[in-house]
Unconditional design. Structure first.
Length: 71
């Protein structure tokens, strides 16, 4: 809560509610720290625009390098 309260003045200037701010912070936490796919299921375009990016599928090259063992 203290971290959320510290970030809230900047978000209040942007007219972001405390509820939306907490959703964005938690979404970023689970995306960055826990490596989860996060999607905000909302009709609010402003909130939806702040959701973390979707996971990128591995490219064929990166997939191939993972399977090859180093000698």
């Amino acid at each position: 809560m203290k971290k959320l309260a510290a970030k809230f003045p900047n978000q209040a200037v942007e007219k972001t509610s405390m509820g939306d701010a907490s959703i964005v912070i938690l979404g970023k936490y689970y995306h960055d720290k826990k490596d989860y796919y996060v999607e905000f299921l909302t009709d609010d375009d402003k909130l939806k625009s702040q959701e973390p990016p979707p996971p990128q599928p591995p490219t064929r090259r990166s997939d191939r390098t993972k399977r090859v063992k180093n000698p």
